[in-house]
Write a protein that binds this ligand. Sequence first.
Ligand SMILES: [Zn+2]
Length: 277
Amino acid sequence: MNSTPRAEIGVIGGSGFYSFLDDARTLSIDTPFGAPSDDVVIGEVAGRSVAFLARHGRDHRFPPHQVNYRANLWALRSVGVRQVLAPCAVGGLDPSFVPGTLVVPDQVVDRTRGRAHTVYDEPGAVVHVGFADPYCARGRNAVITAGHGQDDLPVVDSGTLVVINGPRFSSRAESQWHRSAGWSVVGMTGMPEAAIARELAMCFTSLCLVTDSDAGVEGDSGVTHEEVLAVFGTKIEHLKRLVREVITSLPAHEADESASCACRRTLDGLRLPFELP
Ligand SMILES: [Zn+2]
């Protein structure tokens, strides 16, 4: 019997990433939080072992508010993943962000509600993880470095992602409010995805591809789902190339976990109600 394949890097993205992996094997994984959005596909990218998971399922059956973020992250961790790259589509709140701009956020504002936002919700489980810096510094640096000189995918090296609940887009007043608060991009899937990755002591890096100007352009009718898909479609090959380059530059598993990234030491000294996979 073949042993279960393991992966060191995880990618949570759209179905355009399926073609990404060489020698792919498909794993059906169950978790204490139920099934993830789809099977986890494990294969190689430039010699590194990578697990891919379609955030919305391969047939896009889960809208952002119905994605099982806890199961998705748990499933990736259970196959060995400790570093996650998470591309997503966003609206640009800064008028200088043309569609096709890639923003690597360093901050997040969570405006979602009604989502299962923690893995530590059993009675008696008191686990407060630090989230002052929600994204992995090493992962962000890897994306920013790989993005240098890619004219067809201009990279903005910081910014604040505001996550709305959806599935509807923002009203003009909401969009104006988010912009005047100084936030950079708006999306629907960034939370609780990033927070749960932190709760599981995984490095997490968000790659926000700007597909539209939200409801920010006067006289414009506002963003549509077709517009988001169309722009994402034209940029997916550029994004895959960038992600491939980032994967090759991410560090391998450290033999000495205590020397690893701070994200992975998040739970040091905390008493957990269960063992992590
Ligand atoms: Zn990290």
